[in-house]
Design a binder for this molecule. Structure first.
Ligand SMILES: [Zn+2]
Length: 121
C-alpha cells in the first residue's frame, strides 16, 4: 500500500516539475519572440529549413533589409535601424567655399529619422 502511495506521489512531483520547467521555457520563448520584429518573424516562418544557423539567420535578415545587386544607398530596402519601408531619398549640396560645392545623395527613414549619405560613407 505504501509503495503505491509513494509511486503516485512520485508521478505527481514529476508532473509538477515538468510543468514548472515547461512554463518557464514558454515564458522564456515568449520574451525572445517579443524582441523580434514582425517582418523577421514572418521571414523565419516562411523559411522551409527546419533549423537555421546564425549565419543563415543573418542571411535571412540581410535578404529582408538589403539588395546587394544594387550600389551605394540603393542597397537599403528598409531602414536598418527600425525596419520601416518609409525611406526618403534625396539630394543635398555640400559647400566648401565660394567656388567649391558638390551634390550628394541622402537616405532618411521617415519613422525613426535614421540617415545615411554617400558623402561620408
Ligand atoms: Zn527607421
Amino acid at each position: 500500500m505504501n509503495d503505491k502511495i509513494l509511486f503516485i506521489i512520485g508521478i505527481i512531483i514529476t508532473w509538477l516539475v515538468t510543468r514548472f520547467y515547461y512554463r518557464l521555457s514558454a515564458k522564456d520563448q515568449k520574451s525572445i519572440l517579443n524582441k523580434i520584429p514582425e517582418e523577421l518573424k514572418k521571414a523565419i516562418r516562411d523559411d522551409r529549413r527546419e533549423l537555421l544557423t546564425v549565419k543563415e539567420l543573418n542571411e535571412l535578415l540581410e535578404q529582408k533589409t538589403l539588395d546587394k545587386s544594387k550600389d551605394g544607398l540603393d542597397v537599403f530596402k528598409v531602414c536598418p535601424k527600425c525596419g520601416s519601408a518609409h525611406l526618403n531619398r534625396g539630394k543635398e549640396w555640400y559647400v566648401d567655399g565660394p567656388d567649391q560645392a558638390w551634390q550628394f545623395n541622402i537616405l532618411e527613414c521617415a519613422d525613426c529619422r535614421w540617415r545615411a549619405d554617400d558623402l561620408t560613407s
